[in-house]
Design a protein around this ligand. Structure first.
Ligand SMILES: *Cc1c(COP(=O)(O)O)cnc(C)c1O
Length: 497
């Protein structure tokens, strides 16, 4: 397998080079250079296998330059019982004959980003070795909350790497912030940015695109790379769990092998759902990918009408990890559907210049043949958490609740009865303030500290507080840096002395 840029003006590269670089030098994103198809015997053969074995079979064809036993060791370490609290790694929770939640939050930071970011350090250091890269790799991350912590945990004290995380000062939940500013490790740096996620993300993209800065850092022995979902190494591990959910359904006799499922994906940067698209391309019988958005519904408007409009204000919601206007990975979809790098370049140019572009009718049709989308408002999200808890006795977080709300709208609009998996992207305890407000009376939670709130939720629901979130308030704050949107370059230079 080789990788090419969505903008068509960069050389094709190996998987290792794509992972080390993060982003193609022409400003595009790396995508597989040819369509990969996994044959159905290979897939059905994974039915009785563990998550690690499934991941090995699915990921190897995408990353053939890694030795099979090496990849197996990495997967076994990344998805071990020390790191994932559930033996199934990504268990399915069944709420009816037709509806399942895949819990992607049993890892060390209680959100789905761990599935990729526990593996990425191995892929990255393995790639550096394959490429005889001598420089220390500095991972630069812009986070809407969950990627930052997951990257810090994944890369802490990994030899030959440094991690720098920028998060929007007021755009993350209390727990998310606390998790990041208390991060331990010899190679980690954290800074709050005065602005929103898009500010942090565009700041990071600017740093990647600055050749002068790149040379300065190279002279100091550093090479920049990314742990955001623009990096193929971040996206590829996510393909596994779509297959894994499907195999679980077959194994539990809920579906015969070969019959279709839908997935609902709470979406922000379009990375998770894009992994679903690649799973479908590779042969997973996936009928519809249902893209669930919050009030920041740019993607819903795009999927419905073909016009991408980021020229609106970003609104803060109870699902902060989806508060995004520029969904980077949509570029991969546009390239995959059109195969036309010149057109992608044109659209991305318009987006950069005018914050807006409109695709042609046939591309729009292609998008709609796979995706369906709707949004969930704040009141709907709160109501969905409460209803799911009362009627299904199952507690979900606000991102997952956006998914559940949109699933309801999908069924109402289409009457589609296909079995459906909602990706549960975070533990409800990670967003305990909004979850508590949804299911408890104000008097039950007034004046409680974060820690007490977790205990009240645990008592009320009978579910344990994830180990990842216990004792957060006792941890000392180790990172105090707060910077303006235009001080990010300086900050990187300062951290990488
Ligand atoms: C990151 C995140 C999302 C959005 O995923 P994308 O890949 O950016 O679309 C949804 N929910 C949670 C909890 C997240 O952390």
């Amino acid at each position: 397998m080789f990788y090419i840029s969505t903008r068509g003006r960069a050389e094709s590269v190996s998987g290792s080079a794509a992972i080390i670089t993060g982003m193609a030098p022409d400003g595009g994103l790396y995508v597989p250079g040819k369509q990969l198809h996994l044959n159905s015997d290979l897939i059905s053969g994974l039915e009785a296998k563990s998550y690690v074995e499934r991941a090995l079979a699915i990921l190897q064809p995408y990353l053939p330059e890694f030795d099979r036993s090496c990849l197996q060791d990495w997967l076994a370490a990344a998805y071990s019982r020390e790191r994932f609290a559930h033996p199934a790694v990504v268990p399915l929770h069944r709420t009816s004959e037709k509806l399942f939640f895949q819990e992607l939050w049993h890892g060390p930071t209680a959100a789905f980003k761990d599935l990729a970011l526990q593996l990425l350090p191995y892929l990255l250091t393995g790639s550096a070795e394959a490429m005889s890269e001598k420089a220390e790799i500095a991972i630069l991350v812009a986070t809407s909350g969950d990627t930052g912590k997951a990257a810090l945990e994944g890369f802490r004290d990994v030899p030959g790497t440094r991690v720098i995380v920028f998060f929007p000062e007021k755009g993350v939940s209390t727990v998310q912030k606390r998790q990041m500013i208390t991060q331990e490790g010899q190679n980690v740096h954290v800074a709050a940015v005065r602005g929103n996620f898009d500010d942090a993300q565009s700041g990071v993209k600017e740093i990647f695109g600055d050749p002068v800065l790149g040379r300065t850092l190279a002279a100091r022995g550093f090479r920049l790379s990314s742990a955001n979902s623009i990096n193929w190494g971040r996206l590829v591990p996510q393909i596994t769990y779509y297959f894994s959910a499907y195999l679980d359904l077959v194994q539990e006799n809920i579906l015969p092998f070969g019959s279709a499922v839908n997935f609902v994906v709470p979406t922000g940067n379009f990375g998770n759902i894009m992994a679903g698209f690649y799973a479908r391309r590779a042969g997973l019988p996936l009928r519809r990918l249902i893209c669930a958005t919050n009030t920041n519904d740019v993607l819903t408007r795009f999927i419905r009408g073909g016009a991408y409009d980021a020229g609106r204000p970003l609104v803060r919601t109870a699902s902060p990890s989806m508060d995004i206007l520029i969904s980077s990975n949509l570029e991969r979809l546009l390239f995959e559907l059109t195969g036309n790098a010149a057109r992608v370049r044109g659209w991305m140019g318009e987006l950069a210049a005018n914050r807006h572009y409109t695709v042609d009718a046939s591309t729009r049709q292609e998008v709609r043949s796979v995706f369906w989308s709707d949004r969930a408002g704040e009141a709907e999200t709160t109501a969905a958490i409460a209803r799911c808890f009362r009627h299904r006795n199952y507690l979900i977080d606000p991102h997952t609740a956006v998914g559940l709300t949109v699933y309801g709208k999908y069924v109402a609009a289409t009457a589609d009865q296909t079995p459906t998996v909602i990706l549960s992207t975070a533990s409800p305890f990670k967003f305990n303030e909004s979850v508590a407000r949804s299911i408890l009376e104000p008097r039950q939670i007034r004046g409680l500290t974060e820690e007490e709130l977790l205990e009240v939720l645990a008592a009320e629901t009978g579910q344990p507080v994830p180990a990842a979130l216990r004792g957060l308030n006792q941890k000392p704050v180790l990172h105090h840096t707060v910077v303006g949107r235009h001080e990010m370059k300086e900050t990187v230079l300062d951290f990488l002395k």
